[in-house]
Design a protein around this ligand. Structure first.
Ligand code: MBD
Ligand code: FE
Length: 305
């Protein structure tokens, strides 16, 4: 009784002039874009705090969360990015960026980069495999054989407009995916360096071709603060099986995207909200190729710079 007697009985009224003053104190001669976006950020941030009645203790636990993400991050783990991913923020800014820059709806849709890209994947000849050192002693050998896949397609330009698509020679298809144990090579000491990564240059017809594996569903790393938050929010950490690509060609905007295996049970339930209809693919059985049980043909369409 005594504990409640001094508390405000009705909805508190805040001095919103406070926010106006904070915004008025904010500008940037050095960085015009910062000057443009900060007022909006401050307005939404302050409105959010007022709307939910954010307390000092709650704000302090958010600070702890962000600090914990930073402490955990290094070359191999970007926990702050992962936090953004589970909040849908990386997917949202990816969508905003491609809407701003795309010149045609025929461009292949983008999808988020994610935290596991590595520069300088080996440049491999078309028709070679990104699966290295696969021997029967590898724990997931049988699954790798059952899911072996031949992936081919063309890199096309829609730069000339009018719905025309022209093949791009010497485009680079940079590809990466997890092993059947759900781990990227840098997360897994049992995989050789740069396993399941490669770059392929398209031929005169704009064609690339490679051997890889049908991707499996896997949980994003959930042993850190982002995973704790997921659990608190009654959410699962799984992503549908996906293959990442960065496709680049002279005079064209690089495309960062992912393709998603239609068979996957998480296809409509991605923990980082990256799936788009046009990026869902169907692998088909491949006959007469001892190196692949499955085949996929997928074209990438790039827009002009
Ligand atoms: C991933 O493998 C990934 O692709 C994304 C976007 C986020 C977390 C893990
Ligand atoms: Fe990924």
């Amino acid at each position: 009784q005594g504990a409640t007697k001094n508390r405000t009985p009705e909805k508190p009224q805040y001095d919103t002039d406070f926010t106006t003053r904070v915004i008025a104190a904010t500008g940037s001669k050095a960085h015009p874009r910062l000057a443009e976006i900060m007022p909006s950020l401050l307005r939404h941030l302050h409105d959010f705090a007022r709307e939910v009645g954010l307390t000092v203790a709650e704000w302090a636990s958010a600070i702890d969360l962000i600090n914990a993400c930073g402490k955990m991050s290094d070359d191999r783990r970007n926990e702050t990015q992962l936090l953004c991913d589970i909040l849908g923020l990386e997917s949202l800014v990816d969508e905003i960026t491609s809407k701003k820059l795309a010149t045609s709806t025929t461009e292949t849709p983008s999808a988020i980069l994610g935290p596991f890209y590595r520069n300088d994947a080996p440049l491999l000849p078309n028709g070679s495999s990104v699966v290295h050192n696969l021997t029967p002693s590898v724990p997931w050998y049988n699954q790798a054989v059952a899911d072996s896949a031949y992936v081919t397609g063309r890199v096309l330009s829609c730069a000339s407009g009018g719905g025309a698509r022209t093949p791009l020679r010497n485009a680079i298809v940079d590809v990466w995916h997890t092993a059947p144990n759900g781990l990227y090579e840098q997360q897994d000491t049992d995989q050789p360096e740069m396993n399941l990564r490669g770059r392929f240059a398209t031929d005169a017809d704009g064609r690339y071709s490679l051997y890889c594996l049908r991707p499996v569903a896997y949980p994003i790393p959930d042993d850190g603060p982002a995973g704790q938050l997921l659990a608190l929010l009654d959410r699962h950490p799984w992503r549908p099986g996906h293959i990442h690509f960065i496709v680049s060609a002279a005079g064209h905007r690089s495309l960062t995207t992912q393709i998603f295996d239609s068979r996957d049970e998480y296809i409509n339930n991605d923990s980082v909200f990256a799936v788009k209809e046009e990026l869902i693919v169907k692998f088909v059985p491949r006959e007469g190729d001892p190196k692949a049980k499955w085949a996929l043909e997928y074209d990438f369409v790039l827009g002009p710079m």
